[in-house]
Design a protein around this ligand. Structure first.
Ligand SMILES: [Zn+2]
Ligand SMILES: [Zn+2]
Length: 137
């Protein structure tokens, strides 16, 4: 089954020929910038099964975990689309809000809760971790 994603202005479209491997909600400080104040929700897929059309611009930074991350966004509308850890290029994380079906996979873990603002609400039914947890694969 093909899953679809893309940006707000639809200049970037994404086709995914795989089922999601995992989904996590991240409250690290960098994700708060990318999420507009909230956490990001990131759904993991095998990079080889993801095909993109349209221009994606990339920004590189060192995450709170110490990982060098590349984050892809639409240069026209600014929607955050991807994050890829330099050390794990076989995985791509797609922002859940960019999926045509945001219900595709619910977060299974909430990470970096220690960086979250005091007003953040964490679902008590989802496992919570104060900082980074081991990679998906
Ligand atoms: Zn766009
Ligand atoms: Zn994060």
């Amino acid at each position: 089954m093909t899953h679809l994603a893309g940006c707000l202005c639809r200049a970037v479209r994404i086709e995914i020929e795989a089922e999601p491997m995992a989904a996590r909600m991240c409250w690290c400080r960098q994700c708060q910038y990318l999420g507009g104040g909230s956490a990001t929700v990131n759904v993991c897929f095998p990079s080889e099964q993801v095909r993109t059309t349209g221009e994606v611009r990339w920004h590189e930074s060192v995450a709170d975990s110490g990982n060098v991350m590349r984050r892809g966004f639409c240069p026209a509308c600014g929607t955050p689309l991807f994050s890829v850890a330099e050390a794990r290029p076989h995985l791509v994380f797609i922002r859940a809000g960019a999926l045509d079906d945001p219900n595709l996979k619910a977060p299974e873990a909430i990470i970096w809760t220690e960086a979250a603002p005091a007003w953040a609400c964490h679902d008590p039914d989802v496992p919570q971790f104060p900082a980074q947890i081991p990679p998906v694969a």
